[in-house]
Design a protein around this ligand. Structure first.
Ligand SMILES: [Zn+2]
Length: 640
């Protein structure tokens, strides 16, 4: 094993060297191709001619040559700092994602030593369209329950829902100290309040970036400032006795962020120089070849929008994108508008951002929704939620004329400043139809939104800064992490030092090796947002059947002695046959039932549950044969 890992180390430095020296070599070759000597065709003569000429004209300065060697050695050391890891260490760390792989969202990862564990982020995700009545999905906490006594803390990278959204559901069950920067903690606090978990705020441990926090006996964690589509985001440096693991969180590299707080590349470089055991990095935008534009780049488009708007401007974006909202408000104010904030999450997020000085805005620029009606249209900017066409959002309700304070009118300009989340295109399009039917103009031009995630070039920068020995691409569907793997290989990480994880895979990493050691239970739990409660799996499965194939209810009275029907059975169906065919269908089922009773197995009539089960099977077969459908079948048999 030791030898093999020395080989890994060597191959890393060789690959790095190869990359580094490729260019000079190829230049040399292309020069020599142009050499007139080669074109003449006489090989021996040419070589002697050229070498004798070179000897005469350029004597080698041995001193320079020595420095070339010194610099080569310096490159080798710099590009392969992993020799600084303690290869004799018997310590290891285990990393288990319980969500966030094979999907976008639902991020939660366990880091474990022999005796202790920490969780990084506890996020939620959104359901598929066929999960009827399900509002959000949270991770299955079974594994966390299993290792509950080992867990020393929950570590938060940033305040997006897919990183903190499942916190209240976890804390209803189990509680641990929570470490994070102020904004994520403030937003988790709001969630706790909503879920009647006010007491859970006592677990907050706010942190200062660039400081190292000892957590339990085994972990040291540093939060490093990162740029992303929400303020106060962080990457993490998680150090245990076997080395440092860098977790990027969600990131992009914005050199001109709205608040001037650039990504802390210096700290990443600092760790990179010391030798990083493993990097876990955001794969969301693995395919984007163009660098992700700065948040500041939407400013000219916003300026243009307000300059040409003839009536009210109604701008919708993700409520968590504080800097987008801030920029929109600034341009609104520049063109003499007052700001009305509509939508619960938007109101709450702007309030928190102002309370904690992430943005500074004078209070007198804001107006209440009730005041809008009496104001001049050109003096109004409405900032609201609903850019994804969510039916419960303020903008959607405005679009169908059901909002209490805002009715859409001609001359309204609707600005959608966000990218459609895959799967939401249909509902966005429906909302756009409503808005335009009501006479509004809609703008959702590309330059009015920028992504919050790193493109390939920024992923490369991260890989080069951190220079990890092992690499685990995270945050993304399978094809995103696979693409990120390719990028990492281009940046000198050997293929065998990269692992493509699935949710539930436990990866063990030591300075000498990385391997998968087990798989733990993962999955999703369905949540109904109306009451914040769990919906059992079987309910969702029943709803799916109801939605796609309908339901048949059969009520019958049976003479137990003679196994015959005492009266005509009552057959009711929904979503299976047209109303006018109801009677015919009922007769068909009656025949099936009659036939079933004639051939009934001995003793079955005494066992009502088995009787109903068998009847269900027979009816199911019949309906499938005739209609190719599997409706829910509900038999009620009364044996007299
Ligand atoms: Zn995020």
């Amino acid at each position: 094993m030791e030898q093999e890992n020395q080989e890994i180390n060597e191959s890393i430095s060789q690959e790095n060297r190869k990359q580094h020296y490729k260019k000079p070599n190829s230049n040399y070759n292309s020069n020599s191709n142009k050499s007139p000597n080669i074109q003449s065709g006489n090989k021996n003569k040419n070589i002697s001619k050229s070498s004798s000429r070179r000897r005469q004209s350029t004597p080698i300065d041995e001193k320079l040559k020595a420095f070339v060697e010194l610099n080569q050695e310096s490159h080798k050391q710099r590009l392969n700092p992993h020799y600084k890891l303690d290869l004799n260490s018997r310590d290891k760390i285990r990393i288990t994602p319980l969500g966030g792989l094979g999907e976008i969202g639902g991020n939660i990862t366990v880091f474990e030593t022999q005796n202790e564990a920490i969780l990084v982020d506890v996020g939620m995700s959104f359901p598929d369209e066929d999960m009827h009545g399900v509002d959000i999905l949270i991770p299955d906490f079974s594994y966390i329950r299993e290792i509950k006594d080992k867990i020393k803390a929950v570590i938060i990278t940033h305040a997006h829902e897919d990183h903190i959204g499942a916190m209240p559901y976890l804390y209803k069950d189990m509680q641990f100290p929570i470490y994070g920067t102020p904004l994520p903690l403030a937003m988790i606090g709001n969630k706790f309040d909503e879920h009647h978990l006010k007491d859970c705020r006592q677990h907050f441990n706010p942190v200062e970036k660039r400081k190292i926090y000892k957590i339990g006996e085994d972990f040291e964690v540093e939060w490093m400032h990162m740029t992303h589509s929400i303020v106060d985001s962080s990457s993490l440096a998680i150090t245990t006795s076997c080395g440092t693991v860098i977790h990027t969180g969600d990131f992009k590299i914005d050199h001109t962020p709205v608040d001037g707080y650039t990504a802390d590349l210096h700290r990443l470089a600092h760790y990179g120089d010391r030798g990083v055991l493993c990097l876990l990095s955001d794969s969301t935008n693995s395919y984007n070849t163009n660098a992700t534009p700065s948040e500041l780049s939407v400013a000219p488009a916003l300026d243009r929008v307000f300059a040409k708007a003839e009536g009210r401007v109604i701008l919708s974006t993700f409520s968590s994108n504080i800097h987008r909202v801030y920029q929109a408000i600034q341009y609104g104010v520049k063109y003499g508008r007052k700001v009305c904030v509509i939508g619960r999450s938007m109101e709450r997020n702007i309030e928190v951002a102002m309370q904690y000085d992430y943005i500074k805005l004078p209070k007198n620029i804001f107006v209440e929704p009730e005041q809008i009606a009496s104001m001049n249209d050109k003096e109004i900017l409405i900032v609201t939620t609903g850019s994804q066409g969510e039916p419960s959002s303020a903008l959607f309700r405005m679009s169908i004329g059901e909002h209490r304070h805002v009715k859409i009118k001609p001359n309204d300009l609707i600005v959608l400043s966000s990218r459609p989340i895959p799967g939401n295109e249909g509902s966005i399009s429906a909302m756009l139809n409503h808005l335009q039917r009501a006479g509004a103009k809609v703008t959702n031009e590309k330059d009015i939104h920028v992504s919050g995630h790193a493109s390939i070039e920024e992923q490369k920068l991260m890989l080069r800064l951190v220079n990890p020995k092992f690499f685990l691409p995270i945050h993304g569907e399978y094809n995103h992490v696979m693409k990120h793997k390719e990028t990492a290989m281009m940046c000198g990480v050997p293929e065998r030092n990269i692992y493509i994880m699935n949710d539930g895979d436990t990866i063990e990493i030591a300075p000498k090796y990385m391997r998968k050691v087990k798989t733990v239970r993962t999955g999703k739990v369905y949540i109904d947002n109306q009451n914040n409660h769990k919906i059992d799996d079987d309910i969702v499965i029943d709803r799916q059947k109801l939605a796609s194939d309908g339901i048949v209810v059969i009520v019958a009275q049976i003479d137990g002695q003679h196994s015959t029907m005492l009266s005509k059975p009552n057959v009711t169906s929904f979503g299976l046959v047209a109303d006018k065919q109801d009677k015919y269908f009922a007769k068909e089922i009656e025949d099936v039932l009659e036939h079933f009773l004639i051939n009934i197995k001995e003793g079955l009539i005494e066992n009502p549950r088995a009787l109903e089960n068998d009847l269900r099977q027979v009816v199911r077969k019949h309906i499938y044969r005739k209609m190719k459908k599997y409706p829910l079948i509900v038999p009620h048999i009364f044996v007299m």
